[in-house]
Design a protein. Structure first.
Length: 334
């Protein structure tokens, strides 16, 4: 009797690890091509592009280790898991990009002082454009994998590779102008422009990762949660407030207070808040945890409470208003 081969489970961890491994290998090959192009052309602009390529390699290597670390399960020392390592990786990559911009600045100034001549710019440019488009294909694939599997490491790495393509295209246009006009002074100017662009990109990545590490509230995520809360049947949940959201890589940890009729038993109130939390987790996806805190209504929400058999109602029911971001993030039930 024939036996079918065992199925190999393709987990998000394997996909992310494979994607970062491909990024590392691809970045190494592209870096070698860019270094060769810069040597052939003797161009400060192409040297700057090659230096940016070295950042891709270091970032991919660090990201590969971060993927392994982030997938470790929660433990006693890290009860929320290890997902925030992804933001450290993003900050590390942003720092490397800024460092590359600084090194390009120094290298360009030294080349201008020594007046190093251009060599075979035409051939070097062709090789660099090829390397740039290889970067673009690699970056687009990594970015899509990051979006699909909610991985900040892959998204950041993909964006960086795509910006590398943009840098290559801009340099290519400028160096074509050098070839046809003979304006050799434009070569170091382009290199300085790349340095400024890298400073800006690196600062933005560090800023974004710092906000995440400091648990800054994401307006986009809050708006998504508001939309989900308005879709969930409320039953005995009258109001929601004090929403707090933490992002741990792919994981989302949501804390919120739910207001229920005060005459409910502890068990009934607990069951209602658990059901509400489960509905929200289902909307947010598998990588989410929702914690609820139960608040009694204290007869302050009678006009919004649809529990018509309420024995302590003070005002007639007028309707359940839609939740808003300002309301659910407000501190206090009033």
């Amino acid at each position: 009797m024939n036996q079918s081969a065992p199925m190999i489970e393709i987990t998000p961890k394997k996909i992310r690890f494979t994607a970062m491994g491909i990024s590392l290998i691809g970045s190494l090959l592209i870096l070698a091509l860019k270094i060769h192009a810069a040597r052939v052309a003797g161009s400060a602009a192409l040297r700057s592009d090659a230096l940016e390529g070295s950042v891709n390699v270091l970032a991919a290597a660090f990201g590969l280790g971060s993927v392994l670390f982030s997938e470790r399960p929660a433990d006693q020392d890290h009860p929320y898991g290890h997902g925030k390592i992804e933001y450290f990786a993003q900050a590390f990559e942003g720092g490397l990009i800024s460092l590359a911009g600084f090194l390009i600045l120094i290298d360009t100034v030294l080349r201008v002082i020594h007046q190093d001549p251009l060599q075979d710019l035409d051939q070097g440019l062709k090789l660099n454009v090829l390397a740039g488009f290889m970067n673009g294909i690699l970056g687009f694939g990594i970015f899509l994998a990051g979006k699909k599997h909610h991985s900040q490491i892959l998204i950041s790495d993909g964006i960086h590779l795509l910006t590398d393509l943009l840098t290559t295209v801009i340099l290519g246009v400028g160096l074509v102008l050098v070839i046809f006009t003979g304006w050799n002074w434009l070569d170091p100017l382009l290199a300085l422009a790349v340095a400024g662009f890298l400073f800006r990109t690196g600062f933005k990545l560090v800023q974004e990762s710092s906000n995440a590490l400091l648990d800054a509230q994401s307006p986009e995520l809050v708006d998504r949660i508001v939309g989900f809360l308005n879709e969930i049947p409320r039953r005995s949940v009258i109001a929601v407030h004090e929403l707090k959201v933490q992002q741990f890589g792919r994981d989302k940890h949501v804390d919120l207070h739910v207001v229920v009729p005060e005459f409910l038993s502890i068990k009934d109130a607990h069951d209602e808040s658990d059901r509400f939390a489960e509905d929200l987790m289902h909307k947010l996806g598998h990588h989410s945890i929702v914690h609820t805190h139960i608040d009694p209504c204290e007869r302050e929400f009678c006009s919004e409470c649809s529990f018509l058999d309420c024995p302590i109602r003070m005002k007639p029911f007028q309707g359940m208003p839609q939740f808003t971001a300002g309301q659910i993030t407000r501190t206090g039930a009033h």
